[in-house]
Design a protein around this ligand. Structure first.
Ligand code: NAD
Ligand code: THR
Ligand code: ZN
Ligand code: ZN
Length: 350
């Protein structure tokens, strides 16, 4: 096996990243080494690439980027007995402690000592990568690697969409970035109707339609609250799913939700948000959920089953596929410009 490999590395505390030759890592105790078959870019990778304030406070270069992955196990470290060479895996990116108050209540998704690979340690934008065995998820052999790699962000979308009843419910999704698009696919596969999407980008509104949105709205040109009221005969939507992180979208979504409806919030707001709690939440008796990460491991079972059911319309969401990492800068710049859905690399050129 090769001793060196190309990897996208955050080499310096500054904008960008570099494609460099690094040593193929050796799995330590409790770890496995995978041949990376597919790896996709997350918005968090973009923040690390851009070196925004959050990245500056958290990332310690030099470090291999990336965390969404599918790969074949080629070596297991000492003490690993749950995963074998030849297994085809994806990875839960949150490495949880198993010991804190949250973990001891089976709330692993809010472990207070969570570490994330590709964020707090080397990641998977490479030909080979280390995954802690406790984080490995075995895939069926016939699942395409690009779908298998999307399971981690699909888990975010599944936890948002399925935080309450959805079948037959009118649903508003704000934001059709990669996560919102995955949310549309999950909502449609789960029987939501009508699915109304508010998204300012024309490119992404078109993707939303291809994924199955029943109505799309440009919130910069028409009032989404009025549009939702028109579509729902003045009732408002039963379910509001926030995927944009835009404060205005939150306010509009709450106003467009029917009294007694359900609100699930995944988007992260760039600053504190001021909301009329009394009129938009309390007097409407809304059920509000904050969503973070994925439930371990219930969400992974749901995601895997949804993919295997063939009902998730993922193909329109994967807008860009790259063999090798040579054009990684193009990929990041396209994503920064909002001209992509999900971007997937297949690191091995052969
Ligand atoms: N809670 C979690 O665990 C978790 C995990 C992953 C991502 N996130 C967050 O989820 C959000 C979505 O992620 P993403 O990668 O798709 O981000 P993204 O930035 O690519 O997508 C956001 C979309 O919202 C749209 N938008 C902007 N203003 C809007 C408005 N007023 N109304 C409607 N849409 C508007 C943008 O045009 C864009 O397409 C981000 O805020 C991200 O930080 C949270
Ligand atoms: C790391 C972050 O980007 C990841 N998608 C999560 O679910 O937490
Ligand atoms: Zn991520
Ligand atoms: Zn913990």
């Amino acid at each position: 096996m090769a001793e060196k490999m190309p990897a996208i590395v955050k080499t310096k505390p500054a904008y960008g990243a570099e494609l460099v030759e690094v040593d193929v890592p050796k799995p330590g105790p409790g770890e496995v080494l995978i041949k990376v078959l597919a790896t996709s870019i997350c918005g968090t990778d973009l923040h690390i690439y851009e070196w925004n304030e959050w990245a500056q406070s958290r990332i310690k270069p030099p470090q291999i980027m990336g965390h969404e992955v599918a790969g074949e196990v080629i070596e297991v470290g000492p003490g690993v007995d749950t995963i074998q060479v030849g297994d085809y895996i994806s990875a839960e990116t949150h490495i949880v402690c198993g010991k804190c108050y949250a973990c001891r209540h089976n709330r692993y998704h809010v472990c207070q000592n969570t570490k994330i690979f590709g964020v707090d340690m080397d990641g998977v934008f490479a030909e080979y990568a280390i995954v802690p065995a406790q984080n490995a998820w075995k895939n069926p052999k016939d699942m395409p690697p690009e779908y298998a790699s999307l399971q981690e962000p699909l888990g975010n979308a599944v936890d948002t969409v399925l935080a309450g009843p959805i079948a037959g419910r009118s649903t508003l999704i704000t934001g059709a970035g990669p996560l919102g698009l995955l949310g549309i696919a999950v909502a449609k596969a789960s029987g939501a109707y009508p699915v109304i999407v508010s998204e300012p980008s024309e490119f992404r509104r078109n993707l939303a339609k291809k994924v199955g949105a029943d109505y799309v709205i440009n919130p910069f040109e028409e009032d989404p609250v009025k549009a939702v009221m028109d579509i729902t005969d003045g009732a408002g939507v039963e379910v509001f799913l926030e995927f944009s992180g835009a404060p205005k979208a939150l306010e509009q979504g709450l106003a467009a939700t029917t009294p007694g409806g359900r609100v699930s919030l995944l988007g992260l707001f760039p600053r504190d948000v001021t909301i009329d709690f009394n009129n938009l939440i309390i007097f409407k008796a809304l059920e509000v959920h904050g969503i973070t990460g994925r439930h371990l491991w219930e969400t992974w079972y749901t995601v895997s089953s949804l993919i295997q059911s063939g009902k998730l319309n993922l193909d329109p969401i994967i807008t860009h596929k790259y063999r090798g990492f040579d054009k990684f800068e193009e990929a990041f710049e396209l994503m920064r410009a909002g001209k992509t859905g999900k971007v997937v690399f297949f690191p091995h050129k052969g």
